[in-house]
Design a protein around this ligand. Structure first.
Ligand code: CU
Length: 390
C-alpha cells in the first residue's frame, strides 16, 4: 500500500512540471471544433476553433507536422483578431469594428457554393446557429505545370463572413503544406460613409478633399482600415522558452548585411520597410526551429490621436501573455489597461515567459465610383514563415 502510494506521489511530482510545460489542448479529434488537414506531401495541420461575440472565430492549439515526421510541432497557442479600427478622413467617425459592433455576432451564413469541396460548420452566436465557418483545402498546381515535376502547393483555408454596418469583412486563415501561415482580412459590401453634395458646391468642395466623388450626388469619404492580430506563440513543447529576435538589413556598399538583435523585454516596433525588418520567434535557445514574422501590406500608415489612440503608434508589439489583454483598443476590465500601448511595460522581461506578438496592417481606402453599389474585396495579409522545421 505504502509502496503504491509512494509510486503515485513520485509519479505526480515527476509529471507536475510536464503539466506546466505542455498546455492542455482545447479540443480532441472527437470534438466538433477540431480541425485537421492532411496534405499530399505528408504534412499535417491541426487546431481547434472557438467563437467569441467580439472577434468571432479564433484558433487555438495550432500544430504542424512536417512531411518527414509523425510528431506534431506546436506553433501557436491562440490567435485572434484583436481589433479593426476604422477612422474616417473627416476626423469624426472612428469605428472600433470588433468591440463596438460585435463583429463576431455579425457572422453570416456561407452559401454551399462558396465553400465548394469544403466543410461548412455551424457556429452558435448569441442569437442563432449559423453555417458560418468554411474549411477547405486549396490546391495550386502552377509550380507543377511550370517546372514539369509533380510539385503542388496546398493549403488549408478557413474563412467566415461578418456584416458590420454596410461593410462585410472576410477573415481568412491559411495554413500551407510547407508550414507557412498567412492571416488576412478582406473587406467588401457597400461603402459606409457617403455624403450628399447634390446642388451644394461648397459642400462638394469640402468633401472632395476628404474622399472621392462616386456619382453626381455623392462623395464617399476615405478612411483607414487598421487590422490587428494577437498571436500567442508557443513553439515546441514549452510555451515559456521562446526567444524573440529582430533582424534588419543594412546596406554596406553594394552588400546588404543582416543585423540581428535579441528582444528581451516587452517592446514596440515600427515596420521599417527600407530595412526589410522582420522578427524571429525561435523555439528555444538551443533550437533553430523558428517562425519569421514577415510584414505584409504596409505601404499605408495611420497614427491616431495622441493619447487616446496610442495603440496606433506602432506596427508590432511584443508582450508576455496576460489573458485579459485581448483587444488593441477598447480592452475593458483589465486592470485599467485599455489599449495595446498600455500592455507594454517598460523593462518588463519576456525571458522564460509565454510570448505574444501583436501585429497590425493599415490600408487607406479611397472610395471609387466603381465601388457603388458594391465593392470588390480589398484584402490585407501578412505571413509567418517557418525556418528549419524540416
Ligand atoms: Cu474601406
Amino acid at each position: 500500500m505504502f509502496t503504491s502510494m509512494r509510486f503515485w506521489i513520485i509519479s505526480f511530482v515527476i509529471a507536475l512540471p510536464c503539466l506546466f510545460l505542455q498546455p492542455a489542448y482545447a479540443c480532441t479529434a472527437a470534438d466538433d471544433n477540431y480541425i485537421h488537414e492532411n496534405f499530399t506531401n505528408g504534412a499535417q495541420w491541426s487546431m481547434c476553433w472557438e467563437f467569441n461575440d467580439d472577434e468571432g472565430i479564433y484558433l487555438t492549439d495550432i500544430t504542424y507536422t512536417p512531411p518527414d515526421s509523425n510528431t506534431p510541432f506546436r506553433v501557436i497557442n491562440e490567435v485572434n483578431i484583436a481589433q479593426i479600427f476604422v477612422p474616417y478622413d473627416n476626423g469624426q467617425d472612428r469605428f472600433h469594428d470588433v468591440t463596438t459592433y460585435s463583429f463576431g455576432d455579425g457572422i453570416i451564413a456561407i452559401k454551399p457554393q462558396n465553400c465548394a469541396n469544403g466543410k461548412l460548420t455551424t457556429v452558435s452566436t448569441m442569437y442563432e446557429d449559423i453555417r458560418g465557418l468554411c474549411q477547405r483545402k486549396v490546391l495550386d498546381t502552377t509550380i507543377n505545370s511550370v517546372i514539369g515535376t509533380p510539385s503542388t502547393s496546398e493549403h488549408l483555408l478557413l474563412f467566415s463572413s461578418h456584416q458590420v454596418g454596410a461593410y462585410n469583412y472576410i477573415p481568412e486563415w491559411k495554413f500551407y503544406n510547407n508550414g507557412m501561415i498567412e492571416f488576412a482580412i478582406g473587406a467588401t459590401g457597400a461603402l459606409e460613409t457617403i455624403v450628399n453634395i447634390h446642388n451644394n458646391p461648397d459642400r462638394e468642395k469640402k468633401y472632395r478633399k476628404l474622399g472621392w466623388k462616386i456619382d453626381n450626388k455623392t462623395v464617399g469619404v476615405s478612411h483607414v482600415h487598421n487590422y490587428f492580430w494577437r498571436i500567442d506563440f508557443a513553439l515546441g513543447d514549452n510555451e515559456n522558452d521562446d526567444i524573440v529576435k529582430i533582424v534588419q538589413y543594412k546596406k554596406q556598399g553594394n552588400k546588404i548585411i543582416a543585423k540581428w538583435r535579441d528582444v528581451v523585454v516587452e517592446s514596440r516596433f515600427n515596420n521599417k520597410a527600407e530595412n526589410n525588418r522582420g522578427w524571429l520567434i525561435q523555439e528555444n535557445v538551443n533550437s533553430n526551429k523558428s517562425y519569421h514574422v514577415q510584414p505584409g501590406d504596409s505601404g499605408h500608415r495611420f497614427v491616431g490621436i495622441k493619447k487616446k489612440e496610442a495603440f496606433t503608434r506602432n506596427d508590432l508589439y511584443i508582450t508576455k501573455d496576460v489573458a485579459c489583454e485581448r483587444y488593441a483598443s477598447q480592452n475593458y476590465a483589465c486592470n485599467n489597461k485599455k489599449q495595446l500601448s498600455d500592455f507594454v511595460q517598460s523593462n518588463a522581461s519576456i525571458e522564460n515567459k509565454d510570448i505574444v506578438v501583436w501585429y497590425s496592417l493599415s490600408l487607406h481606402h479611397i472610395p471609387r465610383g466603381e465601388e457603388s453599389p458594391e465593392m470588390d474585396m480589398h484584402r490585407n495579409s501578412f505571413k509567418l514563415i517557418p525556418k528549419n522545421l524540416y
